[in-house]
Design a protein around this ligand. Sequence first.
Ligand SMILES: Nc1nc2c(c(=O)[nH]1)N[C@H]1C(S)=C(S)[C@@H](COP(=O)(O)OP(=O)(O)OC[C@H]3O[C@@H](n4cnc5c(=O)[nH]c(N)nc54)[C@H](O)[C@@H]3O)O[C@H]1N2
Ligand SMILES: Nc1nc2c(c(=O)[nH]1)N[C@H]1C(S)=C(S)[C@@H](COP(=O)(O)OP(=O)(O)OC[C@H]3O[C@@H](n4cnc5c(=O)[nH]c(N)nc54)[C@H](O)[C@@H]3O)O[C@H]1N2
Ligand code: SF4
Ligand SMILES: [Mo]
Length: 679
Amino acid sequence: MQESRLSVCALDCPDCCSLVVSVENGRGVKLRGNPDHPVTRGFLCGKVAQYLEREYSPHRLLHPLRRVGAKGAGRFERISWDDALDTIAARFRAIIEEFGPEAILPYSYGGSMGLLNGSGMDRRFFHRLGASRLDRTICAAAGGAGLNTALGARYGVEPEQFRNARLIIAWGANILGTNVHLWPFVVEARRQGAKFYVIDPRRNRTAAAADKHFAINPGTDAALALAMMHVIVGEKLYDADYVERHTEGFDELRRRVSGWTPQHASALTGIPAEDIVALAREYAVTKPAAIRLNYGVQRSERGAMAVRTVALLSVLTGAWRQPGGGLQLSTSQAFQLNRDALERADLQRKSLGREARLVNMSELGTALTELRRPPVMGLVVYNSNPAAVAPNQNAVLRGLRREDLFTVSIEQFRTDTADHADIVLPATTFLEHSDLYLAYGHYHLQLARPALAAPGEAKSNVEIFRLLAARMGFDDPCLQESDDDMIRATLESDHPFLSGITLERLDREGSVRLNLPQPFLPFAEGGFGFPDGKCHFQAETLDYVPPVESRHGDPALRALYPLELISPKNDDGMNSTFGYLRGVDLQTGVLHLNRADAAPRGISDGDHVRIYNGRGACFLAARVDDTVSPGVVCAPSVRWAKRAPGGRNVNALTSERLTDAGGGPTFYSCLVQVEKTGD
Ligand SMILES: Nc1nc2c(c(=O)[nH]1)N[C@H]1C(S)=C(S)[C@@H](COP(=O)(O)OP(=O)(O)OC[C@H]3O[C@@H](n4cnc5c(=O)[nH]c(N)nc54)[C@H](O)[C@@H]3O)O[C@H]1N2
Ligand SMILES: Nc1nc2c(c(=O)[nH]1)N[C@H]1C(S)=C(S)[C@@H](COP(=O)(O)OP(=O)(O)OC[C@H]3O[C@@H](n4cnc5c(=O)[nH]c(N)nc54)[C@H](O)[C@@H]3O)O[C@H]1N2
Ligand code: SF4
Ligand SMILES: [Mo]
């Protein structure tokens, strides 16, 4: 007897797909995209189409473990849940006694996008404990800050509306690799004559499928956007009526961009001046025009400014007026859920009497090795694999190997980070627990119920934090609340976008479009997130400064490390989540170089190369191809460090330098040198 159950993909992906799981005798036998979901439309990306292999993988963690070898060696013994919870509670009490609760640090990110398992019971527990708070900056903080400065709100063009666009620009957005459910709408638009352009330092799969690829130098997007504004303003191609009615500060903007000639921007971006002029003209006069801006652009030192300037282009041309016009970076702000009720930050009053200190997750290496008063003595990692994904890996690993640090890892697999834990707790997958999901690439709120039974002794994050709370003797009722009551509390919101959306309705329908106008045109008539509803250009602070670690940056550094390394997402991975797979190793084990950089170094295709800078080194196999321009090297990421020669991946090279706003990491502003190795 086969039965179909609905679920939701919890991976950190804008598409947040609705899934159909076929179950036979309690075992999942097939996973498909829900054909009835307006964005999923019946298909899945390659990685999740094969997710049942992960679900039933012999490598899944099934029981609590205690470390018996050196930190990082990966030697563990099986223990009971009781033993594990008692050990953790005892260690936490001792740490709190000696250093205070802020010596304990949670570390989590995108393993599960579910609200309960990603930012629910965990937050309540750590708030009640009085632990340090984690500033979750590692992915989208710079872009969020840039978008907020530009538009005052993080709304974006609905994916379903892209089909109406006449021009679509994928700006630092690898749609075919990281946001594949937007693609059918791009195809539909192109069938009706739309042009599709890509602005990206490498010719990724999306660029190979585009009408034109603009190979921009990394970290120079703001220069391109400012020069496009120069052309649009200079040639009076902007939407004067829209600018007049819905913006503030145009005169200052006009002055500010007057010096940003295409020639000037060309020298920085590497894009010919005539191409910049043509792009600006076409973008301004083609209606509707949509920009899919993704987070690739904001992982550089000026990432917030890049997002801000690109977003302002859509305002200048009044692109938001028509369905299919505007820009999408994120849609998440429309999910006006009751975060206070979900996360219960108020519990800190009980524990500390104030807000706990904030530790930036992008500076984990420094936090673990240098932070004082108090130092980090207890670390609880869940939904994340910082030993592989955090920058400045050598510092992170030094920190994780401190003998006096007590680390708990809640995981599905034995990742690089789990290898460093004192106690490992087995976690369920999204197919095995309930959760509520917002999306950052569409406007449908979804509920998932367990479709499959949890294997072994695996438990959900929610349940694990309930158990920990009980062991710590916390008697606040909210720390034992049921999943359903947590969902109800989260849905309790006065915002009109959520009106009429209840747990019962979500249980009936699975996926519910937010209560938005159809089509949703957030800024068609102004409505920007500023008190007067206008977009404030604030042009006096618009600028472009090259990243320190770039071809126009610090000359001394560049003399030592002349190549710009980017390490974007690999197409069949999800950050480091699938890092145990050989097929993923093949994608993340390579460095793409241009012939012009390979030849003088004596590097041929397939050679083993060492990539290094002042922070560290890693080893990859050279792919000498024309996917990157001279001066740029590209390593699709993120590989499990322990599976790489030397036990390091590209994050041994990346720095803890932060972005211009938002405190984000600068993974793609990274100067390196490359040499051929002996073997
Ligand atoms: N297959 C797959 N899908 C994923 C993920 C994954 O690991 N694999 N990760 C998920 C996560 S966590 C996120 S945040 C999203 C990210 O989704 P994206 O932002 O689309 O992914 P990235 O690969 O980080 O960057 C996109 C593109 O930006 C380019 N880029 C790098 N530097 C610059 C620059 O300075 N300017 C411009 N214009 N482009 C630049 C890269 O070459 C890359 O092709 O994807 C999600 N989806
Ligand atoms: N060089 C370089 N570094 C990068 C990036 C890059 O582009 N280049 N991208 C950055 C970005 S954008 C991001 S978002 C971060 C991502 O960094 P992370 O959020 O750490 O993402 P993953 O590596 O996918 O690790 C998620 C882990 O959570 C686990 N997990 C999944 N579901 C659950 C669950 O329900 N419970 C528990 N306890 N665990 C679960 C998975 O097994 C997996 O090991 O990496 C960043 N690092
Ligand atoms: S990773 Fe993204 S595209 Fe793949 S199934 Fe999940 S939500 Fe859909
Ligand atoms: Mo991310």
